[in-house]
Design a protein around this ligand. Structure first.
Ligand SMILES: Cc1ncc(COP(=O)(O)O)c(C=O)c1O
Length: 428
């Protein structure tokens, strides 16, 4: 069998950067050969307890047997037809529509980026306007309208900060970036430029910079402001959807957007995403309306069967309860340890997600995170990885608890964190 070093070296020769997503980066070069439950194993046989969870899909844990069985059964009976609809696509649309408040109608794509792309195209068509508002720190996928101002250098805050070469400046110029949780900034921008703004798109909890919670009034203010100015409100629930609640964060906060996007935990890691929304807007998509929407693999039975099986596992609430309990224990435990070890930390938590920041609060927007001690953040994560507890060694990244994590896993995580944090040099 090939070793880690061998596979990583071979990957570097035939795959640009050696990985199939820029976000998989170079922070921890490894080749994974097996994944099961809360664990994965690399090509050298090192076993990791996984809190990264592939950036969030794995709410049930890796290789969940009932989800896998549902996929096998569906693919023994079906594959793609490329005409009409399948029985399970109808069933999934009905299921999502049942749970998600904004989901009068549902369309399926293969990735979150495709879903946010289609949402913005629809918003432009509906309003006849070209610009959008997004928030600093949010990630909505890889396309030109949104790939900017995620983890920005301090001097880039308040300015366009595209993440890639080759993006069309004209598209970038149509995206206005505002601070999260700042109702006044949104109100002022809509007051001045409302007739240009097709949509406000918001990661309801900006999990791409960890776990910053919306102020209680923020999302409801977005709702009333967009309505007053004729813009669409889009909730990007690619991470929050199904992970925090079957109805998404919109069910928790009680604010219903015009459109929303879902992916990740919806199918426990199988490739599928959804764009959902109000019927009057969704009906504008082709073939009924003039907004083009297509994809050879949309509604593929692999993703659809996985989504139906995952949602059915979540329905009795026990998975969420288990994950939320362990994530809360991780949060309380890390807070306690940081105090005992004299390391200034803020541990943020919502539902099954917890994030240790190496800074004191408050924590309301991206600018607050400039106080995070990146060197310590990465140092801590690297030491945890060395001890076989995989917390992606990149600053600000969140940890996810799945149904497969056990109390023993959590206890071992905290014991290891104690050893690591107490060996960190205290600040003089
Ligand atoms: C909030 C959010 N929206 C959209 C996306 C894009 O999804 P995908 O990577 O499936 O294209 C991501 C991916 O991490 C995300 O976190």
């Amino acid at each position: 069998m090939s070793s880690n070093a061998d596979l990583v070296e071979r990957a570097g020769r035939v795959i640009p950067g050696g990985v199939n997503s820029a976000n998989r980066g170079l922070s921890w070069p490894m080749a994974v050969v097996e994944a099961s439950g809360a664990y994965f194993t690399d090509a050298d046989g090192k076993r990791y307890l996984d809190y990264h969870a592939a950036f969030g899909p794995l709410i049930l844990g890796h290789n969940h047997p009932r989800v896998n069985r549902a996929v096998r059964e569906a693919t023994e009976r079906l594959d793609i037809i490329g005409a009409g609809i399948t029985d399970i696509e109808v069933q999934l649309a009905e299921t999502i529509s049942h749970y998600v408040p904004s989901a009068e109608q549902v369309l399926l794509t293969n990735s979150g980026s495709e879903a946010t792309y289609a949402a913005l195209r629809l918003a432009r068509a509906v309003t006849g306007r070209g610009s959008i508002i997004k928030f600093q720190g949010a990630y909505h996928g890889w396309h030109d309208a949104v790939l900017m101002n995620v983890i920005s250098a301090p001097d880039k805050i308040g300015h366009p900060d595209p993440l890639s070469l080759g993006m069309l400046p004209e598209v970038v110029a149509h995206t206005i970036v505002l601070p999260f949780n700042d109702v006044e900034a949104v109100a002022e921008t809509l007051q001045q430029r409302g007739d240009e703004i097709a949509a406000v798109v918001v990661e309801v909890i900006p999990h791409n910079i960890g776990c910053i919670l919306p102020r209680p009034e923020f999302l409801s203010a977005l709702r009333s402001l967009t309505r007053a100015h004729g813009s669409l409100l889009i909730f990007d629930e690619v991470i929050t959807g199904f992970r925090h609640n079957l109805g998404g964060y919109q069910r928790i906060c009680g604010v219903t957007p015009d459109l929303s996007t879902f992916a990740k935990a919806m199918a426990n890691g199988y490739p599928i995403a959804a764009l959902v929304g109000r019927r009057e807007f969704m009906a504008r998509f082709a073939p009924g309306g003039g907004v083009f929407f297509a994809g050879t693999y949309n509604g593929h039975p692999v993703g659809v069967a996985a989504a139906l099986a995952t949602i059915s596992e979540l329905e009795d609430g026990s998975v969420h309860k288990h994950c939320f309990t362990l994530a809360r224990q991780a949060t309380d435990g890390l807070r306690q340890i940081s105090r005992e070890c004299g390391i200034p930390m803020t541990v943020a938590c919502f539902g099954s997600v917890f994030v240790p920041y190496f800074m004191e609060g408050p924590l309301e927007n991206y600018t607050d995170l400039l106080r995070n001690d990146t060197a310590r953040d990465i140092w801590f994560r690297r030491r945890m990885c060395e001890h076989g507890i995989f917390m992606l060694p990149t600053a600000l990244k969140r940890n996810h608890v799945s149904a497969a994590h056990t109390q023993a896993d959590l206890d071992r995580t905290l014991e290891t964190a104690r050893r690591v944090l107490c060996s960190m040099e205290p600040i003089a």
